[in-house]
Design a protein around this ligand. Structure first.
Ligand SMILES: [Zn+2]
Ligand SMILES: [Zn+2]
Length: 249
């Protein structure tokens, strides 16, 4: 695993609460509702004011070092993923997220675990096959968007989400998981998380004929994300990481 990826896996503990209320790029005060920017050099997620977020939605801004996390949510309830392909991915839990790391030039796979985001080696052929079977999700943006796959009783569903959503889920699992199976509290929180995602997502794929919805308010629309509660989850996760050292191997 490269150093950069490692840092994305193990975000540095966030600054104290008061400091987090400011844009991490220009220090302007920001409210609970704000967007995020990925620093491609460190793979860190940074809280951004509206101006800074807008600035980095422009492709190539700051030599491509910072990229704004867009606010696009798609839901593919009939995601095509043969069980044999899922098993090749060797994900030990029911959910995992996949995103393209532009530094590495390939898609990487992570799953939430009590120890944080854990990387799973991704057989490229398998992933190419999965993407070919799911064209509605093919335009996922590198570094800032991810495909979040959840294995339910009736098959697989997939959400195309801003990358910060995945780290919200990671934080939720890390801070609330108890014992071997996780416990009721964490699974209720996970169900709530996916329920919230479905509520904000546009449905794509399958036989709904809804693929034209992939236009419209796509990435780069420039809005800030609405996630006061989500940032709270992230802060809690980071706090937990800080408290426990966060530096496990
Ligand atoms: Zn700013
Ligand atoms: Zn934030």
């Amino acid at each position: 695993m490269s150093t950069g990826l490692r840092r994305f896996t193990e975000p540095e503990p966030p600054p104290p609460r008061a400091a987090r209320e400011c844009c991490e790029l220009c220090s302007e005060p920001i409210g609970a509702e704000h967007g995020h920017v990925v620093n491609l050099g460190t793979r860190a997620l940074m809280c951004a004011c509206r101006s800074c977020h807008l600035l980095f939605t422009v492709e190539g801004a700051a030599m491509g070092r910072f990229v704004a996390v867009p606010d696009r949510y798609l839901y593919a309830p009939s995601f095509v993923l043969p069980t044999a392909d899922w098993e090749e991915l060797q994900i030990p839990v029911r959910m995992a997220f996949f995103f393209r790391n532009s530094d590495l030039g390939r898609t990487v796979a992570f799953y939430p675990s009590p120890g944080g985001a854990t990387e799973s080696e991704l057989p490229l052929e398998t992933w190419d096959r999965v993407m070919a079977a799911n064209p509605a999700l093919a335009d996922v943006l590198p570094d800032v968007e991810a495909l979040l796959v959840d294995r339910g009783d009736d098959g697989f569903v997939c959400h195309l989400v801003p990358i910060d959503s995945c780290y919200e889920l990671v934080g939720l699992v890390r801070t609330r998981w108890k014992g071997f199976g996780g416990g009721r509290e964490v699974w209720e929180a996970i169900d709530g998380f996916f329920g919230d995602l479905r509520g904000r997502s546009r449905v794509v794929g399958g036989d709904t004929g809804a693929e034209d919805t992939a236009g419209g308010t796509g990435p780069g629309a420039g809005g800030t994300t609405r996630h006061g509660a989500r940032d709270g989850a992230r802060g809690g996760a980071g706090g937990g990481a800080g408290g426990t050292g966060g530096g496990h191997d």
